[in-house]
Design a protein. Structure first.
Ligand SMILES: *[C@@H]1O[C@H](CO)[C@@H](O)[C@H](O)[C@H]1NC(C)=O
Length: 167
């Protein structure tokens, strides 16, 4: 086999086995936004933030095209219900009906604020925060997250949501 053909076969095989972000089974990892995208835990099956790895949820993502997908966990669908208390939206799983999410692509300049990492967005929002200690301690109850608005209800460090594929 010519080297060029062999390389082509290898590249094609790799592309075929590489899971796309926000597709199949995975975890939602919480990454700190600024000053560096350090991994600060994950979301539970309810869509709450925890730093106890044993509580990380299993998400199923269905990717409709390059960027749009929906999400569910064993508790139900994930979506963005209104958070009356804060004049913004919660991120929540365990509902009868969810919403369509999208991704900012990490390999496209000007999209994801974390170069090289695809992150979840809802319309144009990609930053989330809690109204409690952020990040929570591993022994804390998992914390609800809401869309970051830069208000006094947003505590601690804003986070982005990235994908970790599970086989
Ligand atoms: C996601 O979309 C697929 C394809 O339309 C559908 O079968 C599935 O039920 C949807 N999941 C959620 C959580 O809405």
């Amino acid at each position: 086999m010519a080297l060029k053909t062999l390389l082509l076969v290898l590249v094609t095989a790799l592309a075929g086995t590489m899971a796309a972000d926000f597709s199949g089974n995975g975890q939602l990892r919480t990454l700190g936004l600024l000053p560096d995208p350090v991994d600060l835990g994950c979301l539970t099956n309810e869509g709450k933030w925890t730093t106890d790895e044993a509580k990380c949820g299993t998400f199923v993502a269905f990717l409709f095209d390059e960027v749009n997908f929906n999400l569910s966990t064993p508790t139900g669908a994930c979506g963005m219900p209104w958070w009356g208390d804060g004049n913004t939206y919660l991120f929540k799983c365990g509902m009868a009906e969810g919403q369509i999410f999208a991704k900012y692509l990490g390999d496209k300049p000007g999209q994801s604020p974390i170069p090289g990492r695809d992150i979840l967005r809802y319309v144009t929002a990609y930053a989330w925060s809690t109204s409690g200690p952020s990040p929570p301690a591993p022994s804390d109850e998992p914390l609800e997250i809401h869309m970051w608005r830069g208000s006094s209800k947003d505590k601690g460090r804003p986070i982005a949501l990235a994908w970790k594929s599970l086989a």
